[in-house]
Design a protein. Structure first.
Length: 367
């Protein structure tokens, strides 16, 4: 993208279109200590108090800067790269990390080792980049002291508290309010599809595991839905269009939301999957449409549960896995409680935590 000048007008040109940049748009982005707080980069003025008749008296352009003199007497030196980044519809830090499709053939993905000063390290930056590529990361040697998962989560951002609490213990217990708190096998699913918004990221920290079985399973919903789109376009289309009701009922709360199983961004790219067949309720539709929908749901369920897409592994004590709950489905194999105990602690954080941390670390290490 290029910035161009025609008389005292500023234009951006991305190769396919050329548009004038409104003088007011430039005026409210003026910088300098009298206009922006140095620490927070927040404005020291309210742009809604400016005159709507803002115009440009004089403008100069060089390789790095746009120098503008406005009709209200304000002068500013604006960075070309910053202007260009604002015309991108994507987050240049996060969206520039391309998703890597994977299936059961995934091998040799890097695990990360917890260490001193880990949270502010280049290693944490690399961990977050890997997370956005694959949808999950595993960190080894996380201390198993009481509720350490909360400290880890808060080092990235803030814990997302739910009706399960700030964190939750994942182990077999009597009278459970969720099948996760049993020793039964769990088919691939996303967590909390009945929430609005759905928690973005789940962390699970293995405290104890001395049973056979209880293997963790992961499926890449991004890979599955892309394959579904290519191989069964009719199924893909209806699963992106029909909104189903997800419902969770407990003694103290009833949670509900309505959403499609595959949610897309405005540009029709992948945004999110929701899948938990024990919790969804399909609306009443025409018979022909429901026939197609049920076939589509069955097909995507078969794909999610197929050996082709699933990886299995054992979380050892001190292992922590961080998963994109909007992209990945997770589950586990069954285990026998008589053999010992399988004890994990979990919590949720949202994307603003990982995104904010990654932007900070890129700035810190000039990446």
């Amino acid at each position: 993208m290029k910035i161009e000048l025609v008389e005292n007008k500023v234009y951006f040109n991305n190769g396919s279109e050329k548009k004038e940049i409104h003088p007011f748009w430039l005026r409210e982005r003026v910088n300098g200590e009298e206009h922006l707080d140095k620490g927070t980069q927040q404005r020291l003025f309210d742009p809604t108090f400016l005159s709507n008749d803002v115009s440009i008296n004089k403008v100069n352009l060089n390789e790095k800067y746009l120098e503008v003199n406005f009709n209200d007497g304000v002068n500013s030196k604006l960075e070309i790269d910053k202007i260009a980044s604002e015309f991108s519809k994507e987050d240049i830090v996060i969206r520039s990390i391309e998703k890597t499709k994977w299936d059961s053939t995934l091998k040799n993905i890097k695990n990360f080792e917890y260490q001193e000063n880990f949270y502010e390290s280049k290693e944490m930056h690399d961990l977050l980049v890997s997370f956005y590529k694959y949808g999950f990361v595993i960190v080894k040697n996380i201390p198993t002291s009481k509720n350490y998962i909360v400290e880890f989560a808060n080092s990235i951002g803030s814990v997302r508290r739910t009706n399960f609490g700030e964190y939750f213990d994942v182990k077999s217990k009597p009278d459970p309010n969720d099948l996760a708190y049993t020793s039964l096998a769990l088919a691939p699913h996303t967590d909390n599809p009945y929430r609005n918004p759905v928690p973005c990221i789940q962390l699970l920290h293995c405290i104890e595991s001395n049973v056979s079985g209880g293997l963790s399973t992961l499926v890449d919903g991004y890979t599955v839905t892309e394959d579904l789109k290519n191989d069964y376009p009719e199924f893909y289309k209806i699963l992106t269009e029909v909104k189903v009701r997800f419902r969770f009922i407990d003694k103290e709360v009833i949670l509900e939301t309505i959403s499609p199983l595959i949610e897309l961004n405005e540009d029709k790219s992948f945004k999110q999957v929701r899948f938990s067949p024990r919790l969804d309720y399909v609306p009443i539709l025409e018979k022909e449409k429901l026939d197609l929908y049920y076939k589509a749901r069955k097909k995507i369920s078969e794909m999610y549960n197929s050996d082709k897409y699933r990886i299995e592994f054992k979380l050892e004590p001190k292992d922590l896995i961080m998963m994109d709950n909007h992209r990945l489905l997770h589950g586990r194999t069954s285990y026998e409680t008589k053999e010992g105990e399988r004890f994990l602690q979990g919590c949720y954080i949202d994307f603003d935590s990982t995104e904010g941390k990654l932007r900070h670390l890129k700035r810190k290490f000039n990446l």
